[in-house]
Design a protein around this ligand. Sequence first.
Ligand SMILES: *Cc1c(COP(=O)(O)O)cnc(C)c1O
Length: 366
Amino acid sequence: MIPFVDVSKEFELLKNEITSKINKILFSGQFILGEEVSTFEESISHLFKTNFSIAVNSGTDALHFALIANNIQKGDQVITTPLSFMATTEAILYAGAEPVFVDIDKDTFNIDVNKVEQAITEKTKAILPVHLYGNPCNLDKLTEICNKHNLIMIEDCAQSFGTKYKDRYVGTFGDVGCFSFYPTKNLGCYGDGGLIITNKKEHFHKFLLYRNHGLVDGEHKIIGFNSRLDSIQAGILNVKLSYLNQFIEKRRKLVHLYKNYLSDIEEISMQKEEDGAFHSYNLITFVAKKRDELFSYLKDKGISCGIYYKKSIPEQPSLSFLSIPKDSYFIASNIAKQVISLPLYPTLSESSVKDISQKIKEFYAS
Ligand SMILES: *Cc1c(COP(=O)(O)O)cnc(C)c1O
């Protein structure tokens, strides 16, 4: 049996450090925010060379807060991708704004930067790109468009902690970068967690208010939220942060092996990368002929795969109240019918990668 993800095997690897950290926190009596969270935020600011880092409860909250800090509201439009986790679009709707979808590029699976400009109207306030599966968008082009049209860029980096574009971390290109620490992300905790990074001081003060009921100096200044990160999650993140580079390198090495083994299979085509991309490979995802049959074949052989995502966002039943033009997600809809993601995590063995690849070859040869 090869599971699709294996977070408990990773825990085994770090169990001494993590259990002693949790033990220390349990005895400290500080369970919400506190020193572990501040230490984590400082390490993040240092890593990203960013002025401000604010830990929150989830990646979804990070996106929601990024939008409202920029006063995005009812009547505004936000351009985003139709192929992502639902939270990207939900955050736009929480803010009261209208999501405007720009179809993906069929090779990178990211928003097609060449179609963004034609979607801009006088209502457009922001662009919310997603670096899907850890693959950076063309940030030169997106930055250029935002500058030209005076738009805010909020980066959804939930799948791309550690991803770089032209030697610079994603999340540092836009006004705000948003991250998730959901357990299966590149940097995952053992519960829910999220992060916002920004260089803007006025945003920083808003984020602090949002995450803790608008509370400052004993007074509630605004109607806020409860989005405090707990100390145990921060403690786990503090431990895991020091393994991040090593874990990403391992992911990249395994992907390199997969690509070598699978390169001669005509029925599959790998996600393409932009020039200057440093893909952090939260997922290895490709387009495969007879995707559903391949998925079942591998499952029967004890190999679990994933599908990200079964349907594009505009096709989800929860959005049926919106009238979304079909041509804004035509490619995304097609790609969703063909993508498959293989097992990929730092504790996956090279021999498993070989076995999985062999089974895929067998499937197409039969
Ligand atoms: C995981 C994810 C989110 C949401 O993060 P949570 O921490 O689960 O709220 C948002 N966007 C993308 C692209 C994601 O993969």
